[in-house]
Design a protein around this ligand. Structure first.
Ligand SMILES: Cc1cc2nc3c(=O)[nH]c(=O)nc-3n(C[C@H](O)[C@H](O)[C@H](O)COP(=O)(O)OP(=O)(O)OC[C@H]3O[C@@H](n4cnc5c(N)ncnc54)[C@H](O)[C@@H]3O)c2cc1C
Length: 602
């Protein structure tokens, strides 16, 4: 049967041939994760995804979530899949087994998530925040908070949420107005209204652990005065049993474009004056703590984008093999052919394929850095891996989800009119994936994170650590006759990226600050393109060596497909990236200097 979530051969290629994840088993922490065990885990994830989760995709979209009598009901068929996710330990697979995690490598997990999320984003989104919420509790919680909540979060027995957004404060959390007043017993009374809270209420778990951002009375204004609290849906007694319901209630759910199986809730905190929370960490240190969760969540959203894109692509390529339409434009043969033969459809398919492959490699690379950081004893090395993770996070979220939306859009185009109908899943996948460019910090915010934080941090050290890593691949590939021209193209693009980054750096420190911000998104896009080129060159270098050993049949086709992706991307997309970088260097000021009225419409 044709694959419809993620290409199995490609997933294995990335994990085992590009990143050689099996080498992790040399370290005590991951000693049991040899290739055989990794393949078994991947296979379990794929079977769960295909057999149990995928069947909930369409029905979940059609049934959607309901808000009835003050309670949220998710599509009933999600419950079985949720329980199977619990059974498989998929809520916090990389976390410490002592607290209910599975301790598996991040690189293995990111590949497994490709299957799980790709089977139904809505369902995995409801489940998705447990891991990040748990990480905050594990890192900053008191012994009591950990004992009460952590295992329940990591095992999926209870839900976890991230309660940040308010109607007047989305991107700029510094403006939030939910308040916290300290009680005599050390707890806090929270009052306020939150919106857009994923899984703010649901009927799959007995309890929900809400992580709430609020401002303690008298705290400094802005982001320096924000604290983080745990406010469970039901209070928890010392013996772990559930007590009274807390005064944090869902007042309604959003009607949305997609993601219908994931409830997006409005929450009232303390409408009866009885929303009690406990402080996590110290007062006024809430945002930095929340960023621990947000960075994890941002990469998870990147994985969501990739998973949707890879599924949309496989649907498109399968359809293109079957749909017969018109003869080829060349030659005299007037026989209609499958549309996969038409050059423009092939262009779309190879555009999708090359981007998905680059994105899969990038997300696995970031996860592998996390694994390397964990197993390394060398502090300087750990710092370097963290630098790379930091600079790549906005790319892994912002660039990947923007391209994922493009890929899903293109999948609809491959289907023609049928792609616009509910008969085929690509229209749902497109509706579902659209949110990934918005939540966890819009992609505009990701672009600013890259430009004015990550690029400038440690005197540009993060950026140049990245450049050094890219150069290593260029040097290796440049020594191979077949790949040397492609390596040259990546090198030229990288040199121009360095010049562009220098220009942005100067502009941020000089007069052209606003212009620089006006080009932040294009800078993210150009950086992401160069990283795609790097990943594809790396893949091509691995594939070329395999071809040399004399592979045949489907394997030969697979490896040749790697060379084609790299060739296509470098010679079709990278020249456009060069143009994007020229436009950034030009720093046109029109978008800044145009008056508000000149935008028209008034
Ligand atoms: C389905 C769904 C699920 C969600 N889940 C959660 C959740 O679980 N928890 C939670 O707390 N929130 C959640 N959100 C909220 C989400 O994170 C916010 O919608 C998002 O951060 C953007 O905030 P906003 O909608 O207020 O848009 P705004 O902040 O008003 O932004 C509007 C536009 O202006 C741009 N913009 C804003 N400020 C700047 C700036 N300084 N510089 C440049 N551009 C800027 C943005 O990029 C965007 O294009 C969810 C939202 C949705 C739709």
């Amino acid at each position: 049967m044709a694959q419809v979530i993620a290409d199995r051969r490609d997933v294995e290629f990335v994990l085992h041939e590009q990143f050689e994840a099996g080498r992790l088993s040399r370290h005590k922490r991951y000693s049991e994760f040899n290739r055989k065990v990794m393949d078994m885990i991947l296979s379990e994830a794929r079977t769960l995804a295909v057999k149990e989760i995928l069947p909930t995709l369409k029905t979940g979209d059609q049934t959607g979530c309901r808000y009835e009598n003050g309670k949220v009901r998710v599509p009933p068929e999600f419950k079985r899949a949720w329980n199977l996710l619990i059974k498989g330990g998929w809520f916090a697979p990389c976390q410490d087994p002592e607290w209910g995690g599975q301790g598996i490598p991040h690189s293995l997990n990111v590949m497994a998530q490709n299957y799980l999320i790709g089977a139904n984003l809505s369902l995995l989104m409801v489940a998705g925040l447990n891991n990040g919420a748990g990480q905050i509790v594990e890192r900053f919680g008191s012994g009591r908070q950990k004992a009460l909540y952590l295992e329940k979060l990591y095992t999926g027995q209870w839900g976890g949420t991230m309660v940040l957004t308010e109607s007047e404060c989305g991107s700029n959390l510094g403006d939030l107005s939910t308040s916290a007043v300290k009680n005599e017993d050390g707890t806090y009374s929270l009052t306020g209204n939150k919106i857009f809270i994923s899984g703010g209420d649901q009927d799959m778990t007995d309890n929900i652990v809400h992580l709430v951002l609020a401002r303690v009375a008298g705290a400094p204004p802005g982001s320096r005065g924000i604290s983080l609290f745990i406010a469970p849906k039901f209070h928890v007694n010392e013996d772990g049993s559930l007590g009274e319901q807390n005064d944090i209630i869902c007042t309604g759910i959003e009607e949305k474009m997609g993601l219908h199986g994931s409830p997006t809730c409005s929450m009232a905190l303390g409408s009866r004056g009885k929303c009690i929370g406990t402080l996590l960490g110290e007062e006024n240190k809430g945002l930095p703590m929340m960023f621990v969760m947000m960075n994890h969540a941002r990469l998870m959203v990147g994985s969501q984008g990739l998973a949707c894109a890879s599924s949309a692509y496989l649907h498109a390529v399968n359809y293109a093999r079957e749909r017969i339409q018109g003869p080829l434009p060349s030659g005299r043969d007037k026989t209609s052919v499958a549309i996969i033969n038409h050059p423009d459809v092939r262009r779309m398919l190879l555009t999708m394929k090359s981007h998905i492959e680059g994105m899969r490699s990038l997300l696995c690379y970031i996860a592998d850095l996390e694994d390397q950081k964990i197993v390394s004893d060398d502090e300087a090395e750990k710092e370097k891996w963290q630098n790379l993770i930091d600079i790549l996070t906005p790319v892994g979220k912002g660039y990947v989800t923007d391209r994922a939306v493009d890929v899903c859009n293109m999948a609809i185009q491959v289907f023609g009119g049928y792609g616009y109908t509910a008969e085929f899943p690509v229209e749902q996948i497109f509706r579902d994936v659209r949110i990934t460019a918005i939540y966890e910090g819009t992609n505009g915010i990701q672009a600013m994170d890259l430009l004015d934080r990550k690029l400038l941090m440690k005197n540009n050290r993060l950026f140049f650590d990245l450049v050094d890593e890219i150069k290593k691949t260029i040097t290796k590939a440049g020594q191979r006759d077949l790949l040397s021209p492609l390596a040259g193209m990546v090198e030229t693009a990288l040199d121009k990226l360095v010049q562009t980054a220098r220009k942005m750096d100067q502009s941020l420190k000089g007069e052209a600050v606003l212009q620089a911000y006006g080009f932040a998104s294009l800078f993210l896009e150009a950086t992401g393109d160069v990283i795609m080129a790097w990943m594809l060159l790396w893949r091509a270098a691995v594939a070329e060596k395999k071809i040399e050993t004399g592979v045949e049949g489907k394997e030969a086709d697979f490896y040749d497909g790697q060379l084609k992706s790299a060739d296509f991307f470098m010679r079709t997309h990278l020249p456009v990236t060069m143009g994007k970088m020229s436009s950034i260097m030009d720093l046109c000021s029109a978008a800044i200097t145009i008056s508000d009225t000149s935008f028209g419409g008034k």
